[in-house]
Design a protein around this ligand. Structure first.
Ligand code: CUA
Length: 370
């Protein structure tokens, strides 16, 4: 490379810009180090969330100067070496070609950072993806993604628990994660979901035909969101669950209660429909049912048929259960769910409905036909 015989290319303004950027970087890097993610943003509710946050801080710490200098230089050079009004329109900049020492530096430093990041990740990833005997769990349970709810299966519990996962604090858990639908119909078969608990810093795709175990230990008592983080269809935005982390005593109480419920034969009971509130039902319909149903004629299907003419449709006089479309029979579908050619409708527990909700929904559905 020929030595540059022009006037110095980098004047004192350049070095001032470098110093300003150094100060901005230092302040932001300090903030990254001291910012309490767990208190100011999201609790670190699982054991693995602590090293994951530290890894995040590590990459954030070194990203800050890169962000500041790359963008700072772009702005500085664009302003400093812009074409001045007195210069001819065809003016060109200084003939600078390359600078091997500088280029080597800005290749080697990020290269080293990438390797360090990879090594740190190599030690953290097995903390939540179990590898052999290294992660002895007290409990192995299952999480299954459905359209559009989460199903949890516990060892020793006959029935599944829908949308609400209870966990004892401090107990290592392995969660076998998959996606499944009880239908062989391709159109309504299983799809990808994702099990994401932001407070646990864990996210795992729920994949049809594949079981992926993740491993974690809850370290904070509380109720945290489970979010479906994979677009899975029209009901995706309705697919929420919660994980309830409890003390060992409270968890055992909950578990015992679940076992009692499973042991008791399902009593034939009738939901009281009298006094159903149509406007409350409309709110519920919009919140819970519109993921799969339109308040429109039968043919306007989403996942299931449109429900506007549910109670008076000469072409479809019967419900999916084969029974007449009476309020009591509709309530029965809401209570127990349904399987049909369209797919699967979850029961009232999976949908988070109370008896009163069912009555309100039936009242609302009856007002739809005009
Ligand atoms: Cu399930 Cu998105």
């Amino acid at each position: 490379m020929k030595p540059d015989t022009h006037q110095p290319l980098l004047d004192s303004g350049f070095w001032r810009a470098v110093i300003v950027m150094a100060v901005i970087s230092a302040v932001l890097m300090y903030i990254v180090v001291v910012y309490p993610i767990d208190r100011a943003f999201l609790p670190e509710a699982s054991v693995v969330s602590v090293p994951i946050d530290n890894l995040f801080k590590f990459s954030m710490f070194f990203s800050v100067p890169i962000l500041v200098y790359v963008n700072g230089f772009i702005i500085y050079f664009a302003l400093r070496y812009r074409r001045r009004p007195e210069e001819p329109i065809e003016a060109v900049g200084s003939p600078i070609h390359d600078h091997p020492a500088l280029e080597t530096t800005w290749t080697i430093i990020p290269g080293i950072l990438m390797i360090v990041l990879a090594v740190l990740s190599y030690y953290i990833i097995p903390m939540y993806y179990p590898t052999g005997q290294a992660t002895a769990s007290a409990v192995t349970m299952e999480a299954i993604g459905h359209k559009f709810y989460f199903e949890f299966r516990y060892p020793g519990l006959k029935q599944s628990v829908m949308n609400e996962m209870h966990l004892p604090i401090g107990v290592p858990v392995t969660l076998d994660i998959t996606s499944y639908e009880e239908t062989l119909d391709v159109k309504t078969g299983p799809v990808l979901h994702s099990f994401w608990v932001p407070e646990f810093r864990l996210k795992q795709d729920m994949i049809p035909g594949m079981v992926v175990p993740i491993h974690f230990t809850a370290r904070e008592i509380g109720t945290f969101r489970i979010v479906c983080a994979e677009f899975c269809g029209l009901g995706h935005s309705h697919m929420w669950g919660k994980v309830v982390v409890q003390s060992k005593t409270d968890f055992d109480k909950w578990y015992a209660q679940q076992q009692t419920e499973a042991a008791a034969p399902e009593a034939e009971r009738l939901i009281t429909l009298a006094g159903g509130d149509a406007s409350a039902g409309q709110g519920l319909f919009n919140a819970k049912c519109t993921a799969c149903h339109n308040a429109a004629p039968f043919a306007q299907t989403k996942v299931g048929p449109g429900l506007a003419d549910l109670f008076d449709d000469p072409e479809h006089p019967n419900l999916v259960t084969g029974k007449k479309a009476t309020p009591a029979n509709v309530a029965d579908v809401l209570e127990h769910g349904a399987h049909g050619s369209y797919g699967v409708m979850p029961n009232m527990h999976a949908n988070g409905l109370t008896d009163k909700d069912v009555a309100n929904l039936v009242a609302y559905l009856q007002t739809l036909h005009k």
